[in-house]
Design a protein around this ligand. Structure first.
Ligand code: ACO
Length: 311
């Protein structure tokens, strides 16, 4: 029977059809999806912190309202993603425990500090820009619930990217100090944003299988290329310099040549030793503990409702 099931699964993938929660799927496919979707969800949840840091200090009421909406969107993305992962047989509690215990990965990018208001611009422009490049192809991921969750997430990400661009544009049209602040933020976020796409293709253990299963549609390096291609004309409009003296377009290969990403730094951050890994996790643990009474109250309410309905 398993041979038939495998053939049905292979056929669905081959024909660009979707795998749905009740379909048979290979164990390794289920595991890799749980891995990727839960990591993605955790990234959204931890990703609220660097910007949450600026909500009380946004420079105007309008900026504050926009930033609050964006951070709330990220909470929503985390919840869709956890729901998508739950369809594969892992519980929300299990995922949250893995995160809190420091056993789960989340994106390296959220372990860097946000010392200035311009960081809100750089995060929107670069981090959310990278997220869009990576996530638009995921709308076509072979697993139905993941691909569908990505559609709405990408629409919201594109608003996030534009709001970041607009913050930088406003600063770049401002005073000398404001322009310097914008450039400094871009200098700090550019390289970590390039590293978000993951290790180079020849050091990416999961890529080949994930591409065969049509979860990933493009390799890490291909997406990095696309991203840089998107940034270059936008940097020109902003009047911002991308901090890579080796960056140039090679007419012959049609590819951007770039300087070397600091992979040692990246792997250190992924191992938990980045500038703010410990602080980010501690904040998440505290929030989880502080929220215990809400979970208890919700569970108790659900118990009473169920009791009332069975009466
Ligand atoms: N930060 C932390 N860990 C990373 C990163 C990163 N930027 N990039 C790769 N890794 C990890 C992988 O999770 C993998 O570890 P694991 O096997 O223990 O899970 C390891 O490094 C090797 O990488 P790959 O073999 O290339 O892994 P994969 O095929 O999963 O590709 C990628 C990594 C591109 C991040 C993929 O998982 C993906 O597209 N995920 C969905 C998007 C996402 O998570 N975005 C989060 C940030 S964007 C945002 O939320 C705003």
């Amino acid at each position: 029977a398993d041979v038939d099931a495998q053939a049905v699964f292979d056929g669905l993938i081959e024909n660009e059809q979707r795998i749905e929660p009740r379909d048979w799927m290979p164990d390794a496919y289920r595991k890799t999806l749980i891995r990727q979707i839960s990591q993605h969800g955790h990234s959204e949840i931890i990703g609220m912190q660097p910007e949450g840091n600026w909500i009380t200090r946004a420079p105007s009421l309008k900026r504050k309202a926009i930033l609050m909406a964006k951070v709330q969107d990220e909470a929503g993305h985390g919840l869709y993603l956890y729901s998508a992962a739950q369809t594969l047989g892992i519980t929300r509690d299990e995922m949250m425990q893995q995160l809190i215990d420091g056993k789960a990965k989340y994106s390296s990018i959220f372990n860097y500090p946000t010392p200035t208001w311009a960081d809100m611009g750089a995060i929107g422009w670069l981090v959310d820009g990278a997220a869009i490049c990576n996530q638009v192809p995921l709308c076509r991921a072979s697993y139905g619930p993941y691909g569908r969750a990505m559609v709405r997430i990408c629409k919201e990400e594109s608003f996030h990217q534009r709001q970041g661009f607009e913050i930088l544009l406003t600063l770049m049209q401002g005073s000398e100090e404001q322009r310097a602040m914008a450039q400094d933020a871009v200098n700090r976020w550019y390289w970590p944003a390039l590293a978000m796409f993951g290790p180079p293709d020849d050091q990416s253990p999961n890529s080949a299988q994930s591409m065969q299963w049509k979860i990933k549609r493009f390799s890490n390096d291909d997406l990095r290329q696309r991203f840089v291609g998107m940034l270059v004309p936008q940097a020109e409009i902003l009047g911002i310099t991308l901090p890579d003296p080796d960056l140039r377009f090679d007419e012959e290969t049609g590819l951007y040549e770039m300087g070397e990403i600091d992979w040692e730094d990246f792997f250190e951050v992924v191992r938990g030793n980045g500038p703010l890994n410990a602080e980010r996790l501690q904040r998440r643990r505290d929030a989880h503990e502080e929220g215990a009474w809400v979970r208890e109250a919700a569970a108790e309410y659900a118990r009473k409702q169920a009791l009332r309905q069975s009466e």
